[in-house]
Design a protein around this ligand. Structure first.
Ligand SMILES: Cc1cn([C@H]2C[C@H](O)[C@@H](COP(=O)(O)OP(=O)(O)O[C@H]3O[C@H](C)C(=O)[C@H](O)[C@H]3O)O2)c(=O)[nH]c1=O
Length: 182
């Protein structure tokens, strides 16, 4: 597995080693020792999540104000545009975002450390999204940064979904602006 830097210092792209043969492929999708070496951290994961979404669905941008979750995210079917936003007020990259395509084709993963907001836009007919988190779900602490906050200005590839607006949950339609975050 390789780690590639991004525009946000501790957000990393992880590229697994894929062993293909006539039967298909094998890869280690997670290895604690390798993860620790590549990220320089000792995070332990306590929860695995799996969501399926249709084209044009946008989930996010979510974070937990307490019990912040680090997330190791990947796509096993289809393709998404995945985004992390640095909302750590003391960070030199506060307010900046990083995004990339995660897909079953490129097998890429994104490591999103605790304290950032995270979300994705589905580009394929459907997408199966799997991720590990470093702390438990805590709905009482969950919040949403507005996907279209002009101060963050995420360049979502909405042209690729062939619809006027992404499909958002009621909760995500009520996202906060960056300047409103606690
Ligand atoms: C996240 C989560 C949700 N749920 C329940 C709560 C709701 O009844 C239902 C759907 O929840 P929600 O609409 O918040 O699911 P997503 O919009 O996919 O939320 C996720 O979306 C973006 C991509 C993220 O980065 C977060 O990990 C996560 O917030 O699952 C649970 O029981 N456990 C959980 O860990």
């Amino acid at each position: 597995m390789k780690a590639l830097p991004t525009s946000i210092p501790d957000v990393l792209i992880l590229e697994p080693r894929v062993f293909g043969d006539a039967r298909g492929f094998f890869m280690e999708s997670f290895n604690q020792r390798v993860f620790d070496e590549l990220t320089g951290t000792r995070h332990q994961f306590v929860q695995d999540n799996h969501s399926r979404s249709a084209r044009g669905v946008l989930r996010g941008l979510h974070f937990q104000t307490q019990q912040p979750q680090g997330k190791l995210v990947r796509v096993v079917r289809g393709s998404v545009f995945d985004v992390a936003v640095d909302i750590r007020k003391e960070s030199p990259t506060f307010g900046q975002w990083f995004g990339l395509e995660l897909s079953e084709e490129n097998q890429r993963m994104l490591w999103v450390p605790p304290g950032l907001a995270h979300g994705f836009l589905v580009l394929s007919e459907t997408a199966e999204f799997l991720y590990k988190t470093t702390d438990y779900y805590a709905p009482q602490h969950e919040a949403t940064l507005a996907w279209n906050d002009p101060d963050v200005a995420v360049a979502w590839p909405c042209h690729a979904i062939d619809m006027p607006q992404p499909l958002l949950s009621a909760k995500d339609q009520q996202g906060l602006a960056l300047h409103q975050l606690p």
